[in-house]
Design a protein around this ligand. Structure first.
Ligand code: SF4
Length: 315
């Protein structure tokens, strides 16, 4: 049977970012150095495949520190943790490794600086996301007000309107965030903020790459987890850039092939916590059903790499 032709436009950059890469390396290096088990508080990054692979190597994932024996190393996830978490680990004499992405740590420092200047802080982000919980937990309760959308930015009634600052989650939609920031600046002209928003380079680059491919695609498939903020944003970006058939899948086995009937140009990207092996798997599954032509569309090249904590690299 002859296969129908399918052109796959592969967005680049896609998949693992420097912060995710570092977090996974921290767990793997800790396992090599200290033996198993190494405990990890929360999913190290939001990807089931990554978590299962590390479990197979001896990592044990827990929700809270009290599930960790005091004599084993524990790693904090790439999303960052409230200050209360390392404080609790220290109180129990535990050895911990902090895999918080350095770009999230940068936002933590902004929050601490604004609190030191007695500013009320507005955080633009998604309620309940671990990064937001971690960032809000850098300062005392009540210091940070969370804003998720323009309507909330319009309705906000801060107690210190003359002494405000804003910070953002690192994995938001660049375009949505710009509108929320514009709303805050219009309402509170004296508000302090970062030079650019806190959205990281990896999130920005992946959104730009999806914008570049989406208008020429019949469908866009983003490989990523349903709890991965940056992956969900890529689906929204594809839809807004002109491809109304944009979907999120965790891996090839999940694809509803009937929904791809008649598709001739498929865009493919992956969230920052999705490994390239899952992209390869999707392309392979497409090759089984279609005569595939692969075109990579690169908007930039990423060369950023973050160092591991010194304790892991010194002998
Ligand atoms: S998405 Fe950005 S902030 Fe999050 S881990 Fe990757 S580089 Fe760090």
């Amino acid at each position: 049977m002859t296969k129908a032709p399918l052109t796959i436009l592969l967005a680049s950059p896609r998949g693992f970012c420097a912060g995710v890469d570092r977090a996974i390396q921290i767990v793997e290096t800790a396992l090599a150095k200290y033996g198993r088990p190494v405990y990890v508080r929360h999913e190290i990054v939001h990807n089931r495949y990554v978590v299962s692979s590390l479990e197979a190597k001896g990592a044990v994932f827990v929700d809270e520190l009290d599930e960790v024996p005091a004599d084993r190393p524990v790693v904090f996830s790439a999303h960052g943790v409230p200050q209360s978490v390392p404080a609790a680990a220290e109180a129990r004499g535990m050895f911990y490794l902090d895999a918080t992405c350095p770009l999230v740590t940068k936002v933590h420092h902004e929050a601490i600086r604004h609190a030191g200047d007695n500013r009320q802080i507005i955080m633009i982000g998604h309620a309940g996301h671990p990064e937001v919980v971690g960032t809000m937990g850098q300062v005392e309760d009540g210091r940070v007000l969370l804003v998720e959308n323009i309507a909330q930015a319009e309705a906000l009634q801060p107690t210190q309107p003359e002494q405000l600052a804003y910070i953002t989650q690192t994995t938001l939609s660049v375009d949505d965030t710009a509108q929320i920031v514009a709303t805050l600046k219009r309402r509170f002209p004296a508000i302090e903020g970062p030079k650019k928003e806190d959205i990281c380079f990896a999130t920005t680059n992946r959104q730009q790459a999806v914008k570049a491919i989406a208008p020429g695609c019949d469908a866009v498939m983003v490989i990523g987890a349903p709890n991965s903020s940056n992956s969900k944003r890529l689906v929204e970006v594809a839809a807004r850039a002109g491809c109304d058939h944009a979907i999120l899948v965790q891996r090839a086995a999940e694809i509803d092939w009937s929904a791809l009937d008649g598709i001739r140009r498929l865009g493919v990207s992956a969230g920052a916590s999705a490994p390239e092996i899952l992209v390869d798997e999707v392309i392979e599954a497409c090759r089984e059903r279609f005569e595939v032509t692969l075109e990579e569309v690169a908007v930039t090249r990423e060369t950023v790499a973050f160092k591991l904590p010194a304790v892991l690299t010194e002998s």
